[in-house]
Design a protein. Structure first.
Lengths: 245, 219
């Protein structure tokens, strides 16, 4: 299958501290890659570099064969190919749910408002939130807001979805409703790059697992190997921190 | 109170009322423009301009309007800038108001979390689109209560305009009292006209506040 995302030896520093260095990764179309690692290992920063919200110091990033370049107008065009969902949902509080979802398709992609709204309603229906279309974000629970945020990203028809700890701010009972939406999208064959701390979910959704620590890929493999036969001590220790025996 | 006197004063007050309203709202319009520009330079810490703006804001917030008006009306002509009393009134109110509006707008802009910016950019918005559709509307929502309070404050401040011989409401009342000693009637009319001028602003202002606040905050 064709590669849709290629990361070649990228490095990033904050002042003198390496966030990550010499990081390479390639993702094929339809592949689900889950990145795990301890807090501060650079995984969120890595995702943000992919759509140019953060700059890289060295290396290059190719998205659908197109080189990501911070300093050009192309960056806006490339961002449309990457849907991103954040930990804190970040819906726009002054807009209704439907307005939140169609804002970018209508203003950025200049799509017809009626058509965008119709598609938004279809997607809202699928995540079980069509009755909330005229509500404002504050009237929704965290799990509902996050599902709206996913729909908002989807309506831009992205090639790749970047999910950055999207359940980290949710109450435990809401985690499931959000992750089920993600599983649904995974089954549709969408390309996804997921950063998460939900190991059970990672196991269920991933085609490939990546363990990032101190800005390096320490271990990489299929979920089976990754969880049952971790090779490195570092990963063993990390996985152990999730188990209670 | 003598109804005949009230009747006779009425047209004079009407005239003064419109002058006060005109200068008051032109001043407010100017203050909004100045405030928006000042808030922008402060929020984005535009080099040099932010410093100048900070000095301007402190200077005008910490001196009385009367002093500012005297300066504009009496001191500026000495360096060759002569303005009509009306223009002085508008300029004075605009500069005073601008310093207050600047803080109102800036606090709105400052309160938008950085994650909103990220989220807008991640959706492919250009910076201009992000400001137009996300940041400014949100900031404005937060600024509305302070902006409305400033408007009422500025309209009340117009009462010092008589000092630069503008025939506003205060001037008219003082003038009539000086001429005819009908203190009760003159002051009664003065209160009534100020209330007529300010009450609608207050009512519409709280309605606007309610509307925007309800959307975003539910209270």
């Amino acid at each position: 299958m064709e590669e849709i995302l290629t990361v070649k030896k990228i490095s990033k520093k904050y002042e003198d501290v390496d966030v990550f260095s010499d990081l390479s990764l390639s993702v094929k179309k339809g592949e689900k890659v889950v990145i795990v690692g301890p807090s501060g290992c650079g995984k969120s920063t890595f995702l943000r570099c992919l759509n140019g919200l953060e700059t890289i110091d060295e290396g290059e990033i190719l998205i659908d064969g197109e080189k990501l370049r911070q300093d050009t107008k192309e960056i806006y065009h490339i961002r449309e190919k990457l849907g991103m969902v954040f930990q804190s949902y970040d819906l726009f509080p002054h807009l209704s749910i439907l307005q939140n979802i169609v804002l970018a398709p209508v203003r950025v992609q200049k799509r017809d408002k009626k058509e965008a709204e119709a598609e938004a309603m279809e997607l809202l229906e699928r995540v079980g939130l069509s009755s909330k279309k005229d509500n404002y974000p504050r009237q929704l629970s965290g799990g509902q807001k996050q599902r709206v945020a996913i729909v908002r990203a989807l309506l831009m028809h992205p090639e790749i979805l970047l999910l950055d700890e999207i359940t980290a701010a949710l109450d435990p009972e809401m985690v499931r409703e959000v992750l089920e939406v993600v599983l649904l999208l995974a089954r549709e064959g969408r390309t996804m790059l997921i950063v998460t701390h939900e190991m059970q979910f990672a196991k269920a959704v991933a085609d490939r697992m990546i363990f990032l620590d101190e800005g390096r890929i320490v271990e990489e493999g299929s979920p089976e190997e990754f969880f049952t036969h971790p090779r490195t001590d570092r990963l063993k220790k990390f996985l152990k921190s999730f188990a209670y025996e | 109170m003598d109804p005949e006197v009230l009747n006779a004063y009425f047209p004079l007050y009407i005239q003064a009322f419109w002058l006060t309203v005109k200068i008051g709202w032109l001043g407010i319009a100017l203050s909004l423009v100045i405030g928006a520009i000042a808030a922008f330079t402060l929020h984005f810490r535009i080099p040099l301009f932010a410093k100048i703006t900070a000095v301007y804001v402190e200077l005008f917030r910490n001196t009385p309007l009367l002093v500012q008006l005297f300066f504009i009306y009496f001191a500026l002509p000495k360096i060759g800038v002569s303005l009509s009393a009306e223009s002085c009134g508008v300029l004075g109110l605009g500069l005073l108001g601008g310093s207050y509006m600047a803080e109102a707008f800036r606090s709105g802009l400052d309160s938008i979390p950085a994650s909103q910016t990220q989220s807008a950019l991640a959706l492919g918005m250009k910076r201009s689109q992000m400001f137009r559709y996300v940041i400014f509307p949100e900031a404005l929502t937060i600024s509305v209560p302070a902006v409305v309070a400033n408007m009422i404050f500025l309209l009340k401040e117009t009462s010092v305009f008589s000092a630069i011989s503008l025939m506003d409401l205060m001037f008219t009342a003082k003038d009539l009292i000086g001429l005819y000693y009908n203190t009760t009637e003159a002051l009664f009319m003065l209160v009534i006209f100020y209330v007529v001028m300010l009450l609608p602003v207050s009512v519409l202002g709280s309605l606007a506040e309610k509307k925007v606040r309800y959307r975003s905050f539910g209270v």
